[in-house]
Design a binder for this molecule. Structure first.
Ligand code: SF4
Ligand code: SF4
Length: 200
């Protein structure tokens, strides 16, 4: 029942995000096979998202499941020897630049690529803008902001907007109440996977 309600929420979210991506189409380069956003992150997941992701994992062939488990083990070991501040990694579900659990992916995976409002109201440009992808055609690389001049040069197109799709907002109590769900504990994807598969 709880996952059923979560799927209802995902339907609502997918519909909303599809509209936003379509709206921002002049600035969006996302396409199958572009997976930079799955290669260097820590991917927050709430419990309900993780349980849903595991449904996708269980549907995979045993060979693929084993490949993923080996990747998790390797990432876990890399983290043990990591000395920097933020440990980022390639998502273990990424295979040949495609997500093996695409239909079951998390909320953060669904919002990658849009400009969004942070909790303090400022807008966040996706990192891939700085790698020549989304919003790169209207980016002022020096100030790291959207260039009005570049936007105007594009002619009669919709403005580059930020949307209210921060991870905190999309997993807040209002959405829990509206869809009778509980997102539950939040951890990085790696932490969920290490616990799930008892990696050590
Ligand atoms: S679950 Fe899929 S979409 Fe999400 S980060 Fe991993 S590979 Fe990318
Ligand atoms: S968000 Fe950026 S990196 Fe990710 S698929 Fe879209 S264009 Fe590629």
């Amino acid at each position: 029942m709880i996952l059923y309600n979560y799927i209802r929420y995902l339907d609502y979210l997918t519909n909303k995000l599809d509209g936003f991506f379509k709206n921002q189409q002049p600035y969006i380069c996302c396409k199958k096979g572009c997976a930079k956003c799955c290669k260097n992150g820590n991917y927050p997941f709430t419990e309900i998202e993780f349980r849903y992701l595991m449904l996708g994992f269980k549907k995979l062939k045993p060979e693929l499941q084993n490949i993923i488990k080996n990747k998790i083990q390797n990432i876990f070991e890399d983290r043990l020897t990591f000395e920097g501040e933020h440990f980022n990694y390639e998502c273990p579900f990424l295979q040949n630049d495609e997500c093996l659990v695409y239909d079951y992916r998390g909320i953060i995976c669904r919002t990658f690529g849009l400009m969004y409002f942070r909790d303090d109201g400022s807008s966040k440009i996706p990192f891939c803008a700085f790698e020549g992808l989304n919003y790169a055609n209207v980016l002022d690389a020096e100030t790291k902001t959207i260039s009005e001049e570049k936007y105007k040069e594009l002619g009669n197109v919709i403005e580059p907007y930020a949307f209210n799709v921060s991870y905190n907002y999309l997993t807040n109590e209002d959405h829990e109440f509206a869809y009778s769900i509980q997102f539950g504990e939040r951890k990085t994807l790696l932490d969920w996977l290490v616990d799930e598969f008892k990696i050590q």
